[in-house]
Design a protein around this ligand. Structure first.
Ligand code: SF4
Ligand code: ZN
Length: 728
């Protein structure tokens, strides 16, 4: 450990601790010791402090103990000439810095300046953590670059950001360099910031760097099953699983040093453009701790090499960049060159299998006017027909592959895709059109991606794109007949009709005790895997996470238990779960990983249940927000009285059939009600509850936010649950 870095880090740590002292005293004076303190919408308290020390800070007074800990950790100030042989002291200083910085940022939420301001986003809530963090787990995002400071100019900033995006990394931005920030440079360069584009501006001060490290700490708790307070495992999880690094741009101040030392604790190396002393490999990071003096045009490659990222970049012959990082990019009306579908023009997309001899691999045909013949802001009809062939291809795979059109097209920079089937909507940006992007490139992109990701079943891919209105309308009719056929296939299927269910263990990488048992009438709790999808996925990858489970003999018909399903669950959860019910939320309910679209929870005094969906951030009648509920239910536990489930499952005949099905639902947020309305009305009619009439008897946030209010509402509304037996 270089003595210079150590002394600078220790100096910086003292300065930040001092700042924390001052702002904490001010906050206590203004708000009182008992004032509640939190980052918005999180179940992880003040996350670095919580995950490293196990302390659940809830009010300002709790910070006092943390300050004591900061002072214990702080090594004494050293003068520059003193030789410090151990990395340890700088690391302690780094940790103390992070705690102090969290105190500073948390106090800012109380007494200002508000961390959320203009372009600055402040703390990420648990919904973002879930949505984005999972990408670190499943590999769609290997990790993040914590950029500190600013590039020498706008062009360099844009170049660095693009390169990081192309490698699918998130870019977390904090601190300014003499007043200039990287985030503002990107805005000036016309780059879209936000979680969707993976370019995340946390704040202009160095203290906002804790939002990156807090995110990493929570990822370990949420996905890694690490316990709060187990700092060793938390840091190891991050070192091994999250490919992150710090990229300080510009003059490195003492405070930056101190914060970087905090990041080194996580095994995140520091790659700088300025001349700071290097620290060679040993100990904490996998590779070098600090690498300096890297020219800007090489800094991204260097960071990736140091951190040891392996990223597959396939060259696709289109004039724009292609990477999952562009998936979340939106294209506003002013930025769009032209659009297709979206109820503005007829459109559809359809993937079908053909005979091998009928498909010419790589052939792309465009029939009708192209992008360059439309005036800026114009629109065209669009029919995308993908024909695939392969010896292992089957008709059942068609919908699974067809759904990928959405993902694949969004990965192209400047192309935006929404929806599916005949409700698709596509936009091409001005920049993409200027770069020469035409419809044939859609075909080339799809061709390349199908080969890249589905080589086991797809041998040949051919794409035809129609923009001629008559042709589009005519072909759309054919496609619609196929969509209807596909829907009927699953809709007509009951659990009783099949001998085999499927497992999904995709989430075991972060919730090792969780397995979804997917049956025709109960899709996976994330909503992404139906029984047909699992079956197709199994055939595509026989050794993959979706395995067939022969049901065996029914042992508990009401709650839905079969001997072989239980045996499978025992094996698949390492013996942690012995029995699992397909149709009950009370008796041996299914475990939850954390990806559930919804959570159902019993409201005991009402005799019914509430359902909250992930998009609903407010308090729910069970006294918990979704984020807190998710913490209670998730992580591979069985929690009687609670289940995580998909939106689709709500209208299934098997929805908590053991407890009486949808008749038990007494509260849902309005957004969710709207979303599942059609299917629920149908189901309510089948049950003789009256369609819409029944939905009106279910309370929502407009009528009730507490259990008492729900009870009052349903009593008045004469909800059918009021005549049912209690649930327990
Ligand atoms: Fe599979 Fe269930 Fe995870 Fe969805 S939530 S990916 S179905 S294990
Ligand atoms: Zn999951």
């Amino acid at each position: 450990m270089s003595k210079i870095i150590a002394s600078a880090a220790i100096r910086g740590a003292h300065k930040i601790a001092k700042q924390a002292d001052v702002i904490l005293a001010k906050a206590v004076k203004e708000k009182g010791e008992d004032c509640a303190v939190e980052f918005p919408n999180t179940g992880y308290y003040i996350p670095i402090i919580y995950s490293m020390t196990g302390r659940a800070v809830e009010k300002l007074a709790d910070f006092k103990e943390v300050m004591d800990e900061v002072n214990d950790l702080l090594p004494p100030l050293v003068d520059d000439d003193l030789w410090l042989p151990y990395l340890g002291q700088a690391l302690d200083a780094g940790m103390a810095t992070l705690f102090a910085e969290e105190i500073i940022e948390a106090c800012k939420y109380l007494i200002g300046p508000n961390p959320v301001d203009d372009i600055w986003l402040g703390a990420a809530d648990d919904m973002i953590l879930r949505e984005r963090g999972i990408q670190f787990v499943d590999g769609t995002a290997p990790g993040f670059a914590a950029v500190v400071g600013a590039a020498p100019d706008v062009e360099t900033a844009v170049d660095i950001a693009r390169k990081l995006q192309e490698r699918c990394l998130y870019v977390f931005m904090s601190a300014h360099n003499n007043g200039t920030t990287f985030a503002e440079q990107l805005v000036e360069g016309g780059v879209q910031l936000g979680w969707e584009t993976r370019l995340v501006p946390f704040g202009r001060e160095i203290t906002s760097a804790i939002y990156s490290l807090g995110f990493a700490s929570r990822a370990a708790l949420s996905f890694g099953g690490v316990q709060a307070g187990d700092f060793r495992r938390n840091l190891l999880y991050n070192k091994n699983r999250i490919f992150a690094f710090v990229m300080p741009l510009g003059e490195v101040t003492d405070e930056w040093y101190a914060t970087a030392a905090g990041a080194i604790n996580y095994g995140f190396p520091v790659i700088a453009d300025s001349d700071i002393p290097e620290i060679l490999p040993t100990g904490v990071c996998t590779y070098e701790h600090v690498v300096s003096r890297i020219p800007h045009d090489q800094i991204v490659e260097k960071a990736i090499e140091v951190r040891g990222l392996k990223i597959k970049i396939t060259e696709i012959p289109v004039p724009v960049s292609v990477s999952p990082a562009f998936e979340g990019e939106r294209i506003r009306k002013e930025e769009m060159h032209c659009e297709f579908g979206g109820q503005r023009t007829p459109a559809f997309e359809w993937l079908r299998m053909s005979e091998i001899s009928d498909v010419e691999d790589g052939k792309v045909v465009v029939e009708g006017p192209d992008v360059d013949s439309v005036e800026a802001g114009g629109k065209l009809p669009l029919g995308i027909v993908v024909e695939v062939a392969g010896r292992k291809m089957q008709a059942d795979f068609e919908p699974v592959l067809e759904r990928q059109v959405h993902t694949f097209m969004n990965e192209a920079q400047g192309i935006w895709h929404m929806g599916q089937r005949d409700i698709n909507w596509v936009r091409i940006s001005n920049d993409a059109a200027k770069a020469g992007f035409k419809l044939e490139h859609v075909g080339k992109l799809l061709h390349a991606k199908y080969h890249d990701e589905y080589s086991s079943i797809v041998d040949k891919v051919q794409v035809t794109i129609y923009t001629d209105e008559k042709k589009v309308v005519k072909l759309r009719e054919q496609a619609q007949a196929v969509y209807a056929e596909r829907d009927a296939r699953l809709a007509g299927m009951a659990d009783e009709d099949v001998e085999i269910f499927y497992s999904c263990a995709l989430c075991q990488s972060f919730a090792p005790n969780h397995v979804c048992v997917v049956s025709p009438e109960r899709p996976g709790l994330c909503g992404a895997y139906s029984w047909l999808d699992c079956r197709a996925a199994y055939e595509i990858t026989p050794s993959g996470p979706n395995q067939p489970i022969p049901k065996g003999t029914s042992i508990e018909p009401t709650v839905g238990q079969w001997d072989k399903v239980n045996a499978f669950v025992v094996g698949s959860t390492g013996g942690n779960v012995e029995r699992m019910s397909q149709y009950s939320m009370i008796v041996d309910p299914m475990t939850s990983c954390g990806c559930f679209e919804c959570i159902a929870a019993v409201l005991p005094s009402t005799g019914g249940i509430m359902i909250a969906n992930r998009e609903y951030p407010e308090m729910t009648p069970c006294g918990m927000k979704f984020s807190t509920l998710a913490g209670t239910v998730g992580g591979g536990q069985q929690t009687p009285g609670f289940i995580g489930h998909s939106k689709h499952y709500i209208s299934s005949k098997k929805f908590i059939a053991a407890e009486g099905g949808i008749k038990r639902i007494v509260w849902m947020p309005t957004v969710l009600k709207e979303e599942v309305k059609a299917a629920m009305v149908k189901r309510a009619e089948e049950l003789g509850l009256g369609g819409e009439e029944f939905l009106d008897k279910i309370a929502d946030e407009r009528a009730a936010t507490t259990e008492e209010e729900v009870l009052e509402f349903i009593t008045k509304a004469e909800h059918p649950v009021t005549t049912m037996d209690p649930m327990f």
